[in-house]
Design a protein around this ligand. Sequence first.
Ligand SMILES: Nc1ncnc2c1ncn2[C@@H]1O[C@H](COP(=O)(O)OP(=O)(O)OP(=O)(O)O)[C@@H](O)[C@H]1O
Ligand SMILES: [Mg+2]
Length: 146
Amino acid sequence: MKLNQDFIRKTNSPEETLLFGEEIAKELESGDVLCLHGDLGAGKTHFVKGIARGLGVNETHVNSPTFTLINEYRGSFPIYHFDAYRINNDQEVVELGVDEYFYGDGICLIEWPEKMKNFLPENSVHITIQKDNESSRIFKFEHNGA
Ligand SMILES: Nc1ncnc2c1ncn2[C@@H]1O[C@H](COP(=O)(O)OP(=O)(O)OP(=O)(O)O)[C@@H](O)[C@H]1O
Ligand SMILES: [Mg+2]
């Protein structure tokens, strides 16, 4: 990711979150892993839709991969959209073959990353989305280390 500083950003509507995702998409590079933290309904999937739109994917194809756990979209990069909500243990993560994705050339966008915490690459970008009020959300970007 070209942006490598921690920062905070607020959006005031779902559409603004889509636009923010499009903006962030421009900063992404092959191999980036973005961990999207936040409660149910925080806006993780909305943000993914915006990023996908920014990478040339029709966002109507973008939905939480609740049953499959990983959705793949073809944009200007391969995009791997994870929803780890239903993961129960590390064995299930191993069975998904996450390393192929996490250390590959695509872009990984992970909802409920804490479920895969033992497998996330060191240089993942952590984004925490907090509900501010009904229609506004606060996005906090954190890069660990290098
Ligand atoms: N500023 C905002 N940005 C994003 N979503 C917003 C905003 N304001 C309100 N919302 C609403 O919050 C909800 C966000 O839903 P979304 O599916 O993106 O959440 P999620 O974090 O992926 O939840 P889950 O953990 O269930 O997958 C939507 O209903 C959306 O309309
Ligand atoms: Mg979601």
